[in-house]
Ligand binder design. Structure first.
Ligand code: ATP
Ligand code: MG
Length: 359
């Protein structure tokens, strides 16, 4: 196999980001040489702490390096100040904009481990594909006096929900590609069909109520997913069943679904994500900076380690991703070394080393 060398940006950010991103780096460094991959790394700054030090939550240098040098990146977390701080806004939003990361992809998979009981009776294994540039998140709001109120005190607030066919098409297209890849990976690993929704993309919308905005999302997504190269996929709409494989949704519903399904896995410490779009792919654990456990060395590194896998999948390296997923599953299946969020006493380092041993 031809060797491939990849440059990865490391953006730990705040809080436990600084503890879990090094774990992700170690995993990449420890991948078996038979995969033919080599990695180089560049440390990059962003977040609230960076804002306090430098006055910028997302320094230009970080964006420039990601754009010009990096194939992929790992992003930890940023803490949000509890009271509004002048001049500070989340670097994640700015990063998505400046790097064209229009999709947020969140795989949610039940953990099978004697250490930890799943909150759901039926195991889940699905991916939420959330549009990340428009919908209510365009944040065009206004407040004005309610004309029906003679006292002039009552108010009305409105927000714009904007849906474009361009954004709807590209998000549905990515969802279709993910569904095809999942089928391929299932076939390669011999894990056959366990339910009828595998190889299916579910389009989520409320076009019965919002016939124009969600209507446009629905019809565009249908059209995108009827391209000939998606012939092998099944397409359905709405939420009608308890089984899903890939769910594609506009921004707001995607946000709610992502958080809801993360809860079904049991700990935020287990759930990965990736930001995907026009160029670089950024893996990101779905948890925040977890100030309550910061500095104790007990943050669960699995969300980050799985995010490394998702990043590699989008870099067209499903074999490397599979090696990581299998090592994580094996460590959890043994269940001897787990962090306190899963009821154990192991440290970030011990869990990382246990997974590395199994790569
Ligand atoms: P932020 O504002 O940065 O999101 P937060 O206080 O909301 O901070 P989260 O990171 O969202 O904290 O985490 C919510 C809860 O889940 C916390 O109790 C935290 O300790 C726990 N948690 C989050 N990530 C992990 C992890 N990787 N390992 C163990 N526990 C975690
Ligand atoms: Mg949080």
């Amino acid at each position: 196999m031809a060797a491939r060398s990849l440059r990865i940006g490391l953006i730990p950010g705040d809080g436990i980001g600084r503890e879990v991103i090094p774990a992700g780096k170690k995993i990449l460094e420890s991948l078996p040489s038979s995969l033919g991959l080599s990695f180089s790394f560049v440390d990059l700054d962003a977040g609230f702490d960076c804002f306090k030090r430098t006055g910028a939550a997302l320094p230009d240098k970080t964006v420039k390096t990601l754009k010009e040098e990096c194939d992929g990146a790992l992003f930890g977390a940023v803490s949000s100040p509890t009271t509004k701080v002048a001049g500070y806004s989340s670097p994640i939003v700015a990063m998505r904009k400046s790097l064209g990361l229009y999709a947020n992809v969140r795989p949610c998979k039940t953990v099978l481990s004697p250490a930890f009981a799943s909150p759901t009776k039926t195991p889940i294994d699905l991916v939420i594909v959330r549009e990340n540039t428009e919908d209510l998140y365009v944040k065009e709001e206004k407040t004005y006096p309610d004309p029906s109120d003679p006292t002039g005190k009552a108010q009305i607030a409105e927000a714009i929900k904007r849906i474009s066919s361009k954004a709807s098409w590209r998000i549905a297209d990515i969802a279709g590609q993910i569904a095809l890849r999942r089928d391929k990976m299932r076939q390669a690993s011999g894990s056959g069909t366990s339910h009828t929704k595998q190889g299916m993309v579910t389009i989520t919308h409320k076009s019965n109520v919002l016939s124009q905005t969600d209507g446009l999302f629905r019809s565009t997504a249908r059209e995108a997913l009827s391209q000939p190269h998606f012939n092998a996929l099944k397409i359905e709409e709405q939420i009608v069943d308890k089984y899903y494989d890939v769910i594609v949704a506009p921004n707001l519903y995607g946000d709610l679904l992502s958080d809801g399904s993360a809860a079904l896995v049991g700990s935020l410490g287990l759930v990965p994500s990736a930001n995907v779009g026009e160029g670089i792919i950024i893996g990101e654990p779905c948890h925040g900076s977890a100030p309550d456990i910061e500095g104790k060395g007990v943050a669960n590194p699995i969300a980050t380690i799985r995010s490394v896998g998702v990043m590699l999948e989008f870099m067209d390296l499903p074999d490397a991703a599979e090696v990581i997923y299998k090592a994580v599953d094996a460590s959890l299946a043994e269940g001897k070394l787990v962090t306190p969020d899963l009821g154990g006493t192991a440290t970030t380092q011990q869990v990382t080393d246990d997974i590395i041993k199994r790569l």
